[in-house]
Structure formats: structure tokens, C-alpha cells
Design a protein around this ligand. Structure first.
Ligand code: CUA
Length: 319
């Protein structure tokens, strides 16, 4: 409804309408009560002004009905705001299961995007319309923040961590992407564009350009180059844990703690291997801090994700 107004960004994701509805509700409540209170102040100031310099105010005793009313109405309104706000918050922070995953690395002062098929782009992100997209994001240096106003989504991009952001674009077009966290001299220039395409066009775009192979295959190559495969073997005879089928599952650590294997855990295990050692193994793995870039870490993570559990007989033949 506001798309023609330059004051208000276009609505181009499934979340945009929900965020705006909540926003306008809050705005309407604030405007209504501000006007009501300001109006009553003026009205009563005139209506009950002191007409006689000697007059004394009347003492008012309890008015139970009135007090209950002005307690219950704000309570109901604030509960509506809470439940509504929480439902939108949960929807924004929980991506659906079948997302198209894209990695994002922020650095002073550019955005790098990596598609799982191997396509890379800088300050431009191509996505298909109608499909939920999840960005898995990290930073090479300082905190940045991805903000796409037309999608009404925004999330910090933090060095040493992976944060997520998801959206489902509803119409093709080009939408501005901003960095929304002050990150240095050229922060204001750290912008980009999200290009939403029809699925068929997106497929064509994805298969065009330099084919470097998928992220997982680049990870597999790196896994061999760094000699990770000498210890992490698929047959449980290696000095390190078997990685097949590991991602998304839980592992038991030496201290008895149970961890879910996610991007952050794999990352930490590569950069600081002795931090969380799997039960039954020795902390003998060297650190790869400084030896792998953020992009290479993503390749390795994607490789570990791609390793599905195989029956033992097959496993020994695959690598
Ligand atoms: Cu990156 Cu501001």
C-alpha cells in the first residue's frame, strides 16, 4: 500500500507484510493514545480551570471501576503487542527446513557471497523468487550487518561466528542491501544489491560463468591438500573421529558434554581443535588457525556437511 511512497520501502518478501502490519499497529496505538492524552489535558485544563481564586479542589476517594478499567485495558493491549511481536520474531528467526543456503563473508568494505554450486559474487546476490533463502554469514574483520529493507530483515555479521538470516522473496527485481553496523571509514559505501529472478532464469544464471565446481568439492580437495584425510578416515581406524554422517548429529565430548555438530562446532574444531575433543580421542590435532581463510573454512564445512553416513562395507571403498 505504501510502495509508491519514497518514505517507505517496497514489500518484497513474505515477512514484509507481517512486519509492516505490526509496525502500523504500534504506530496507531501510539498515535491514538498520544492524541487522547494531549486532547484530554487541554480539555480538562479549560473545563476545570480555577474560576474563583479562593476555590479548593474536591477530594476524590476510591473509584474501583475506573482503576480496574485503566489497568485492564493497557494490560490487554500490551499482551496483544507481546504475543504478536513474539510470533513475528519467531518467524523471522526460524528458517524453514528446505532453504536454499548461501554463504556470506563480510569484510571492510564488501560483501562476498558463495553459492553451494560454486558460484561466487561480490556485492551482488542472485536468488530465485518464491524460495526460502538462508544466508549463513561471518566476517573477516569487524562486525557488519546485513540489511535488506524491502525484505524487512536484518542481522549482524560477526567475526568468528556464523549467524543466519532468512527470507523468501515474493517478486522479481533488484533490492538494495546495506551494511547496518558502523564498520569503518567506508561503511556507508558497503552496499550491494539482491537480484531476485524467476527460478528458470536463476538456474541459467547459476550454471553460467566460470565453473569452479561446488563448494563441497572444493572442500574435498582442500581436505586432502591439508592432509585431514590421514586422520579423519571413513573406516573408524583413523586417529580422528569419523566425519561421515556427523553434521547435524550430536557428539559426546571428553568432559561428558553433548554437542550438536553445526557450522560453529566444525569451525572451532578446525581452528581450535583441543577446545572440544570428542570422547575417546586424544587432543593431537594441530590448529589450522591462519592456514585457512574464511572462504576455505566454508568449503570445509560444506564438505563435512556433504559426508553422509555410509554402511561400513561401502565406507572403506569410497575414499
Ligand atoms: Cu560493514 Cu558497516
Amino acid at each position: 500500500m505504501w510502495s509508491g511512497t519514497p518514505l517507505f520501502p517496497e514489500q518484497a518478501s513474505t515477512m514484509a507484510g507481517r512486519v509492516d502490519a505490526l509496525y502500523f499497529f504500534l504506530l496507531a496505538i501510539s498515535v491514538f493514545f498520544s492524541l487522547l492524552i494531549a486532547g484530554l489535558i487541554v480539555f480538562y485544563a479549560i473545563r476545570y480551570r480555577r474560576r474563583d481564586p479562593m476555590s479548593v479542589g474536591e477530594v476524590i476517594h476510591e473509584a474501583m471501576a475506573l482503576e480496574i478499567t485503566w489497568t485492564v485495558i493497557p494490560f490487554i493491549i500490551s499482551m496483544v503487542i507481546f504475543v504478536w511481536g513474539a510470533s513475528v520474531y519467531v518467524a523471522i528467526s526460524r528458517p524453514p527446513d528446505d532453504t536454499l543456503n548461501i554463504y556470506v563473508v563480510g569484510k571492510q568494505w564488501m560483501w562476498k557471497f558463495q553459492h553451494l554450486d560454486g558460484q561466487r559474487e561480490i556485492n551482488e546476490l542472485h536468488v530465485p523468487v518464491g524460495r526460502p533463502v538462508k544466508l549463513i554469514m561471518t566476517s573477516e574483520d569487524v562486525i557488519h550487518d546485513v540489511f535488506v529493507p524491502a525484505f524487512r530483515v536484518k542481522a549482524d555479521v560477526i567475526p568468528g561466528r556464523y549467524t543466519n538470516l532468512w527470507f523468501q522473496p515474493t517478486k522479481p527485481g533488484r533490492y538494495r542491501l546495506f551494511c547496518a553496523e558502523y564498520c569503518g571509514t567506508r561503511h556507508s559505501g558497503m552496499t550491494g544489491e539482491v537480484i531476485v529472478m524467476e527460478p528458470s532464469e536463476f538456474q541459467a544464471w547459476l550454471s553460467g560463468g566460470a565453473l569452479e565446481g561446488s563448494l563441497a568439492s572444493a572442500g574435498a580437495k582442500l581436505f586432502n591438500d591439508l592432509a585431514c584425510n590421514t586422520c579423519h578416515r571413513p573406516d573408524a581406524k583413523g586417529r580422528g573421529p569419523v566425519l561421515d554422517g556427523l553434521f547435524g548429529n550430536t557428539v559426546k565430548l571428553q568432559n561428558g558434554e553433548i554437542m550438536t555438530v553445526d557450522e560453529a562446532y566444525v569451525r572451532e574444531s578446525i581452528l581450535n581443535p583441543s577446545a572440544k575433543v570428542t570422547a575417546g580421542f586424544q587432543p593431537i590435532m594441530p590448529t589450522f588457525q591462519g592456514l585457512v581463510t574464511e572462504e576455505q573454512l566454508l568449503e570445509l564445512i560444506e564438505y563435512v556437511k556433504s559426508l553422509k553416513a555410509l554402511p561400513p562395507a561401502q565406507a572403506s571403498q569410497t575414499r
